[in-house]
Write a protein that binds this ligand. Sequence first.
Ligand code: SF4
Length: 355
Amino acid sequence: MTAEMTEKNRPGKDWPAILLSWFDRNKRDLPWREDKPRNPYHVWISEIMLQQTRTEAVKPYFNSWMERFPTIHDLACADEADVLHQWQGLGYYTRARNIYRAAKEMEDHYGGKLPKDKEEILSLPGIGGYTAGAILSMAYGKKEGAIDGNVLRVYARLYCVEEDILKTGGRKIIESLVKDTLPDRAGDFNEALMDLGAEICIPRSPRCESCPLLPRCRAFYEGKEKELPKRTPKKPQKEEEAACAIIVKDGKVLLHKRPSRGMLASMWEFPMALSGGAEEAKKKLEAALSGKAGDCLWQYRHVFTHRIWHMKAYRMEDCRVPEGEYGWFAPDEYREFPLAGPHARLAAFVEQMIR
Ligand code: SF4
């Protein structure tokens, strides 16, 4: 460590080179990193899948996605239901819908390829600044940053940024630091930050003893590595009771297709009613189906980003099928459908029950 590094001028200017040399020795083997040169389509799909989902969990989804849709052209020509079915289990289905819409736009306007121009790539559905930066830097060798939660956290600690990094002011500080520190190997640098943030500079208890940047880190120097980054507490999630109906007839169950807009759009579910209380939800369900709910056979608590469903599923008989898009399906038929979030879990339970 140089003498001047004992002062508060950390992290200095040479840390990107230190990080890159660490990355060259330690980078993770991931399926989407195997191509040389990197395939922009692979970078795009992996980056979208990795939002909100752990790397280990993404690997099998990525591999089976690429088997099913090897190119953007294959994806653009597929049915939306098939795309959603491939996505099933990853959650946040808007991502899959946007991928599908973006593939169609690329097929129509960009010869089935991801554009190289930043403005064009940013105009595609579901591609924001982070994903555009990742694709442009990793697949097209452009000097662009890719700022996600990992990058915000690492920079907040390295530079001891005390502002809330999820608010505009804090984010602007980090954006300007990223701009000033981005080296020529921007793609590798972005991935090195992702690896560091995923494995070492992790959220609650950073593993500073294994960190290549420890001698440069200002938060570590000031003993603040666990208190940074600062965040304003989030609003509590909305909690709802969800009453679901299991209605079986001749080995088939009644399912409902959700509306084409809004949460879990166009996905299939067991008939369901939502309310603030469990009894009201059950009564609402009975009224909608003109039937009586029997014993509760299944319970589950499903956590979305902004809400929580406390689900209860009741066996129901002698019901009237309401107006709307309903259908009777056997398990091997509904297994091919995109089922709405926790309803896939309920479907697996029902399958055991009627087998
Ligand atoms: S020394 Fe600790 S806090 Fe600083 S960058 Fe490394 S892991 Fe993060």
